[in-house]
Write a protein that binds this ligand. Structure first.
Ligand code: ZN
Length: 190
């Protein structure tokens, strides 16, 4: 039980939270499986090709408020979507882009960061110290915290442009999605 668990007014064992507990968590998998059974009944995507139709790869933050396909008017099969915390360019993003471009024919990359990102609230070095103190292991990866999402997009564009494993460098653009109203604003690199 995490330290943040609320006091149980009933005085019963905290390991058996009541339905009134604000922190009550119910795993989702069973409900999702039921949802999928309904999805299968109307499934209509059997003709989609493995290669994305628009020859497009999108690198985006994992934020749950961004429905990438819906916000961009994309259809199933149109694009690869590579997501991580922040939508920053990491070695694994480069790996996926390399596969996307070389094996699956994509030629354009769009980067999507957003306002109110969790990574704007993270001080990378401090978090690494905390993780190391707690686990005895120092993460080998960067946390990737940033303060300005537009600047983070520009840095990501620069990193892609400089990377030897990324092709089609004329077709790399980046945007900040505004979670307040759904707008996309382009982050331009000179
Ligand atoms: Zn984010």
């Amino acid at each position: 039980m995490p330290d943040s668990a609320p006091p149980d007014p009933s005085g019963s064992d905290l390991s058996t939270p009541t339905a009134s507990s604000p922190d009550l968590f119910t795993p989702n998998a069973d409900e999702l499986i039921a949802n999928n059974a309904r999805y299968v009944e109307e499934f209509d995507d059997h003709d989609l090709a493995l290669q994305p139709r628009r020859k497009l790869a999108i690198v985006a933050c994992m934020d749950s408020r961004m429905d990438i396909f819906e916000m961009l008017g994309l259809a199933h099969g149109d694009a690869h979507v590579i997501r991580n915390g922040g939508g920053i360019v990491t070695d694994d993003v480069i790996r996926s882009l390399m596969l996307s471009q070389r094996l699956l024919g994509t030629q354009e990359v769009i980067l999507l960061h957003h306002t109110d990102c969790g990574l704007q609230k993270v001080v990378g070095d401090q978090l690494r110290e905390e993780i190391e103190a707690e686990t005895g292991q120092r993460p080998t990866w960067e946390i990737g915290g940033f303060t300005d999402p537009a600047e983070s997009v520009r840095n990501s564009i620069r990193r892609l442009r400089a990377d030897p494993f990324v092709a089609h460098k004329s077709y790399i653009r980046g945007f900040v999605y505004h979670v307040e109203d759904g707008r996309l604003i382009e982050a331009i690199v000179d």
